[in-house]
Design a protein around this ligand. Sequence first.
Ligand code: BG6
Ligand code: MG
Length: 215
Amino acid sequence: MVKGFLFDLDGVIVDTAVFHFQAWRRLAQKLGGDFTEAQNEQLKGVSRVDSLKKILEWTGATISDEEFQALMELKNEWYLELVIQLSAKDGLPGAVDFLHQAKAQGIGIALGSASKNAPLILDKMNLLPLFDAIIDGNNVVNGKPHPEVFLKGAEALGLAPAECIVFEDSIAGVQAAKSGGMTCVGIGTPDILGGADLYFNALGETSPEELLRAL
Ligand code: BG6
Ligand code: MG
């Protein structure tokens, strides 16, 4: 029986996945390269460090450890310039309503995000009070596709992985959920985001009640 929902943040609750893409692309261009929207699927859900490693691979740039740190900070500055504009109305279609409905039904709610900016974003959107637990990039050693972030989320809710549904928009995140033993709802389409148990384009296409009935 499902008793808990574990939500990814960027690209599931709020449209920040596009901000990450813009900021990383700006960085790749600064390094004399670029990457496509299709390649960007490989960055979704992936930690800041691992994302920069991938971009260096794609651009063929070699840099020192100091430059690596400086570039991560620069990307984050550019990303935060975009995030700063966020407000409570910027949830993805139906996402905030879905969270409220789940809360009203007594379902445990945890965040399972790779982002170190997650608390800031949830605060800007006034969503912090809805979460029973927040596990983010500040609390994990292993990034997605490792299941640590979701296993810690389930544990924080006092639930077994099999009692939880993960909501994910990234390939790495779906892999993390499935290898953690959770049911996974993909936010996206199966052609791009394989491996989930069912799919919606946005949380607004379903409701907690309907999901619990379907699963
Ligand atoms: C994930 C995003 O949620 O967080 C990734 O999908 C991002 O694109 C990762 O790299 C880390 O985020 P941040 O905000 O700590 O740089
Ligand atoms: Mg995401």
